[in-house]
Write a protein that binds this ligand. Sequence first.
Ligand code: 5AD
Ligand code: SF4
Length: 443
Amino acid sequence: MNQSFFIKTYGCQMNEYDSEKLNELLKFNGYKASKNFEESDIAILNTCHIREKASEKLYSDLGRLSKFKENKAKVGKKMHIIVTGCVAQAEGDEILKRNKSVDYIFGPQNFHKLPKVLNDSKSEKVFNDFLCEDKFSSLLPSTGKEVSKLVTIQEGCDKFCSFCVVPYTRGAEFSRPLEDIYAEVSSLVKKGAREITLLGQNVSAYKSEILKDGKKVKVKLSYLCEVLSKIIGLERIRYLTSHPIDIDELLIDQHKINSKLMPFLHLPIQSGSDRVLKKMNRKHDKKFYLDLIKKIRRKNNSMAFSSDFIVGYPGETDHDFEETLDVIERVKFASSYSFKYSSRPGTPASIDNNYVNEKKADVRLKKIQEVLNNQQKEFNKSFLGKSSNVLFTGKGKKINQFVGRTPHLQPVHVFSNDDLTGQLLKVELSQLTSFSFHGKLSN
Ligand code: 5AD
Ligand code: SF4
């Protein structure tokens, strides 16, 4: 009988994409996807290392799974436990030491080797090389028919923000060739995709080469967006996550001239204080960020922004925090993510023991989240009673209910007797409940 597997995905959308690809690879090699760990012969944990809490989740899940593996062994059944992703990369040997039931460790650029390793009883246990090219060329096209799909176009980061583990876990910046991305997106659109989110830890640093009049020409994310927008059937393009210093004029222009590129940009600033930004090695200050937002809005006044914020960075004073609140007040974000600083082993920030008192950081986090939630509510309120283009991605929880998203990523629920999945329709946004809309199809 075919062996079954289950993948639990922690963390970001890049991990979601990797899990989907690993899923395709295992199915292609004769393994069967199961619905949970309990029914699986191979348990895969695709992990995240960005903050301490995310890493800890792995160890608590491993505790539970190893008991499960022991019980299975008692009735003569074998189970494999495999850890992939960023924790695997950062502390693979430690995982093996802490939990003897783990069979294999694969860093984020090694999981494509898994089918081969499972067939090799003499294989080594830890795979943590930086093999982006190898990985992407081994991956298979997606068989899923979802309306909105993620496509990783770039991996790794050369920015080295002082708090962040990504440059160490995902390695140096690597961009996939433009032709490969075009082929993947075209194939997804043929299967029913209408929206593509281009992913990268530093997606705006994307670069590739094309042949123009027999000569090699360097191209960037703006060109990729332009080329992809010509694919018939593809309605929407998004990209995630950008660093402010990589947003160039050509990309800003795309937001004006490319109607398939959505007017929504996730642009992390992390802190509003120039002093903290410098310590974070962010390579931009508050003014640069605010000017950039202004410049983008001037080109396209329907642009909305979201951001990531870190509070309690070592040495952050009340005044620094006020500066962050000031940026929020000036920009008015459509949505945002905020985190309490978490010290990560091996990062430059981790040796700065100017810790902000835990309680103080909690108070700041609560405050910033309150302000950001209010801004999100205000942003959403400004759409009430108006109509918006909604791309329907699937069924809602209720009978005959369908869910979609506006250009600004706001969720919308609509009742309809017809299946709306995959359609881009005008909807009157008539009601707002917490962060999602209820609406009626416009006539
Ligand atoms: N502590 C808290 N938040 C962090 N992030 C990255 N590293 C840390 C850390 N050490 C946040 C940043 C980043 C997002 C993906 O996670 O805000 O943009
Ligand atoms: Fe981490 Fe900074 Fe790179 Fe983003 S830009 S992945 S925060 S190092």
